[in-house]
Design a protein around this ligand. Structure first.
Ligand SMILES: N[C@@H](CCC(=O)N[C@@H](CS)C(=O)NCC(=O)O)C(=O)O
Length: 230
């Protein structure tokens, strides 16, 4: 059994997509980051960075003590290795997937995250920051579009954890001020991903956990962006 410490945000969706695709037994433990639950001592013992997602696997492949992990990229890789699925076993394919996984973790996620912050959440309009992150998001979409145009149906040819990592960050493309029509291969991939039953189940599960915007109230802004959150 895997305990998934989760909230209904892009980094959380990555892991529910994997778990639904693989059909692993898991239990969702909601961590309402709008309410500050990411700062609870029990959660911090698992995820000292006070961010979701995190997992605790009580039945690791090697046996022994439960394994706990935070950071969505590390979790995807762990689950892919545990199941032997969604990452090729041979060295070239494996490293191709790792390359795009790291690209998402170091590029698309953080840049789109700043885009969300300055376009949607910042208390003041800062045109320089908005332009900077919207442009950088556009550049990253172009890179992904180019990769998909030559790779085929999925980012690394076969469906993999690289797709699971990227998709949730493309879902809010309108809010990121991106027009998917400008990126034909990306748009086709996006539709292909959305049509996967496991992806649909992951997003349906999110609706069961929470329907409210994560950044809604003044209190949630203070928790997420105030001195303790950052
Ligand atoms: N690099 C981390 C980022 C995780 C992250 O930023 N999680 C957000 C939700 S998508 C969060 O928990 N935020 C809580 C907060 O800012 O206090 C990962 O990929 O797991």
């Amino acid at each position: 059994m895997i305990d998934l410490h989760y909230w209904t945000t892009p980094n959380g969706h990555k892991i529910t997509i994997f778990l639904e695709e693989a059909g692993l037994d898991y239990r969702v433990i909601p961590v309402n980051i709008s309410q500050g639950e990411q700062f609870q001592p029990d959660f911090l013992r698992i995820a000292p960075n006070n961010r979701i997602p995190a997992i605790v696997d009580s039945a690791p492949a090697s046996g022994g003590e439960p394994i706990s992990l935070f950071e969505s990229g590390a979790i995807l890789l762990y689950l892919a290795d545990k199941t032997g699925r969604f990452i090729p076993q041979e060295i070239r394919g494996r490293n191709q997937v790792l390359q795009w996984l790291f690209w998402q973790m170091g590029g698309l996620g953080p840049m789109a995250g700043q885009n969300h912050h300055f376009v949607q959440y910042a208390p003041e309009t800062i045109p320089y920051a908005i332009d900077r992150y919207v442009r950088e998001t556009t550049r990253l979409y172009r890179v992904l579009d180019g990769q998909l145009a030559q790779a085929g149906d999925y980012i690394c040819g076969e469906y993999s954890i690289a797709d699971m990592a990227c998709y949730p960050w493309i879902v809010p493309h309108e809010k990121q001020r991106q027009a998917l029509g400008d990126f034909p291969a990306l748009a086709a991939w996006f539709a292909r991903m959305a049509a996967r039953p496991a992806v649909a189940r992951a997003y349906a599960l999110a609706q069961d956990v929470n329907r409210a915007p994560t950044v809604g109230s003044e209190r949630s802004r203070e928790i997420l962006f105030g001195p303790r959150g950052g």
